[in-house]
Design a binder for this molecule. Structure first.
Ligand code: SIN
Length: 286
């Protein structure tokens, strides 16, 4: 018997009573799926998945894509390893991804719909992940701010975001700079599946509001950034090995935290859901 338990009042659902590697009935899966759409993140505790099982389980939520840093794939190209562990003198995963509030792939024309992170080894201190519910941030925004941002676009610069997203990587090359176009994104996103509005521009990577003077844009940017991640919208997850979290990238921001990499090991496997994830894909997810 599955149980859906809110994680906090405003964000997340813990799914209890399932082994994700065993067939979850269509009826139960529909409830789980809806809880994901409505509460922005799902937590499953005590799970053990091989890379194949991880991809299979993610696939129930939609199309799985291979996403960034292909040199850090775990057995399957769809699995990205996040880790500080080295083998034969080489890191097996990306060591310091996502340490600022962000939306994955915000600099792409079609950012991914979500990601599923599976904890295999976790440090006894640190290495937590924060999540923020951007539906809730939108709901609570003062009306005059809603009026100022709705219908506006922001421009996300992949080049400028690089040191924020991946501080361990070298600056973009000349070829990357030439290839990477600045990407406009809506400041407020209407979720394709439940029609709710979410603040879609609040991350701590550089962005600017299109068509607004810098003197007006800068304080508004700062306000939205700070407003969206207030404690009432957020949840800090203290990982245990065997945890799985699936976040909805259209309605949740997230942020990794540091840990003492000289003392502790952290090993996480991540899969990513393709952007196109409307009702058509949902209808075929079983
Ligand atoms: C990420 O996917 O942004 C990293 C999350 C984490 O490692 O905690």
């Amino acid at each position: 018997m599955i149980e859906l338990v809110p994680i906090t009042e405003r964000i997340g659902t813990e799914v209890r009573g399932v082994d994700v590697t065993e067939g979850i009935s269509t009826r139960d899966f529909d409830r789980i799926y809806q809880a994901w759409i409505d509460s922005t993140i799902l937590l499953f505790r005590g799970q053990s998945m091989t890379p194949d099982q991880h991809v299979d389980f993610t696939r129930r939520f939609g199309e799985v894509v291979s996403y960034t840093r292909k040199e850090f794939a775990a057995e399957r190209p769809e699995i990205l390893i996040l880790s500080n562990i080295a083998r034969n003198g080489r890191l097996i995963g990306s060591p310091v991804s996502g340490r600022v509030w962000h939306t994955d792939g915000h600099y792409l024309a079609e950012p991914p719909a979500g990601s599923m992170l599976h904890a295999l080894e976790v440090p006894p201190q640190g290495g937590d992940t924060w999540f923020a519910n951007m539906f809730a941030a939108w709901e609570d925004l003062p009306e005059q701010v809603k009026r100022r941002i709705e219908g506006r676009e922001v421009v996300i610069s992949r080049v400028q975001s690089r040191p924020y997203n991946y501080p361990d990587r070298p600056p973009p090359t000349e070829a990357e700079r030439a290839e990477w176009r600045d990407m406009p994104q809506p400041m407020v996103l209407t979720h394709p599946e439940n029609g709710r509005k979410a603040v879609y521009a609040g991350g701590n990577v550089p962005w600017r509001i299109v068509g607004m003077e810098e003197s007006d844009s800068a304080p508004l940017v700062t306000f939205v950034q700070e407003f969206s991640v207030q404690p009432r919208f957020t949840y800090r997850h203290r990982w245990r090995a065997g945890d799985i979290i699936l976040w909805d990238n259209r309605s949740a921001m997230h942020r990794a935290t540091g840990y003492d990499m000289t003392r502790w090991r952290r090993l996480m496997h991540r899969t990513t859901l393709a952007a196109r994830h409307g009702p058509d894909e949902a209808a075929t997810r079983h």
